[in-house]
Design a binder for this molecule. Structure first.
Ligand SMILES: NC(=O)c1ccc[n+]([C@@H]2O[C@H](COP(=O)([O-])OP(=O)(O)OC[C@H]3O[C@@H](n4cnc5c(N)ncnc54)[C@H](OP(=O)(O)O)[C@@H]3O)[C@@H](O)[C@H]2O)c1
Length: 287
């Protein structure tokens, strides 16, 4: 059994991909209301919480491999690593980012601490240090739908953005055949690097109406996220990561998705096409 440790964008999709291949997969999930659709896809649910070690130990029964994905709180992810080590699990795929202990972004420092804890645990591992997710644009979707514009403090910085479905596909492929990837670190990205300003004409072309882009300062960026309900500490970390985008910190592209999954990563146009409904006010609500 492969255990996937959370039911967010990457975890739920990785579990679906594994189940579709007939691989037994269990998803740790804290909200029983989310179980229904995943169960219909053949995913077994284990109700639990990453802060609750006994619930993780219960979910670890008969597990041979883990896809470790969550908001990356070190104590919580290390609960999974310790539980897996105690259960003699063979391999963990860790969903990470551009992690380093001296990063100015707390989340990246946390990712580095978790990576180090995993490596020290003795459990076989593979690290997926993903570039930024295209799905971050879904946070901007309500503004784009209602105002035909969006804004960011990322300046002219280009980013090798990746669709989370490709992160999930890579994680599932590795979990299904861990021996091919043991001890390796990958840097998955989408097919090309582009700025938020570059995204505006692409959104316009796919959605069939003019979408404009406006630059924000760091303080405006943080406040914009707080205004849409992002908790202040998370908004701070996100704004710090976006400030790094402006400096070209995420301007990198690899062919890791292709080499791991055998398929090219999805383009931004594909992402927008598949999520067009979120960027558009439904006709029934148009005045
Ligand atoms: N966003 C980016 O651009 C980016 C780029 C590179 C790497 N990453 C990394 O990707 C990871 C996030 O992946 P994602 O986008 O799939 O996350 P996500 O969509 O935000 O989902 C997070 C999931 O974790 C669950 N969760 C949170 N705390 C939990 C707990 N204590 N116990 C059990 N479940 C818990 C949430 O459950 P509820 O639904 O119940 O809240 C949610 O389903 C992070 O490690 C992040 O650093 C992100």
């Amino acid at each position: 059994v492969i255990l996937v440790t959370s039911a967010g964008k990457v975890g739920a999709e990785a579990a679906r991909v594994l189940a579709a291949q007939g691989i037994p997969v269990r998803l740790l999930i804290r909200d029983p209301e989310k179980v229904g659709t995943l169960a219909r896809a053949g995913v077994e649910a284990a109700i639990g919480d990453l802060a609750d070690r006994p619930s993780i130990d219960a979910a670890m029964r008969d597990v041979s491999g883990v896809v470790l994905v969550s908001p990356a709180v070190p104590d919580e992810e290390m609960n999974v690593v310790r539980s897996a080590a105690a259960a003699h699990v063979g391999h963990i795929v860790k969903i990470s980012s551009k992690a380093s202990l001296d990063s100015p972004v707390e989340r990246r420092r946390n990712q580095a601490r978790i990576e180090q804890g995993l490596i020290a645990s003795g459990v076989g591992y593979t690290l997926l240090r993903n570039n930024a997710y295209m799905q971050n644009f879904l946070m901007l979707a309500p503004a784009i739908a209602s105002t035909d514009s969006f804004s960011s403090a990322s300046g002219d910085g280009r980013i090798g953005m990746i669709d989370t479905r490709d992160v999930a596909a890579a994680a599932a492929a590795i979990a299904a055949h861990p021996d091919d990837h043991l001890g390796r670190t990958y840097w998955p990205t989408g097919p090309e690097s582009f700025s938020y300003a570059d995204a505006a004409p692409r959104l316009s072309a796919v959605l069939g109406r003019h979408i404009s882009f406006r630059s924000l300062s760091f303080a405006e960026q943080r406040q914009a996220m707080v205004d849409v309900g992002v908790p202040a500490p998370i908004a701070q970390m996100n704004a710090e990561a976006i400030a790094l985008f402006a400096q070209g910190d995420s301007d990198w592209v690899t062919d890791d998705v292709m080499s791991i999954t055998g398929r090219p990563p999805r383009t931004f146009d594909q992402f927008v096409t598949d999520n067009a409904e979120f960027f558009t006010v439904p006709a029934s609500r148009q005045s």
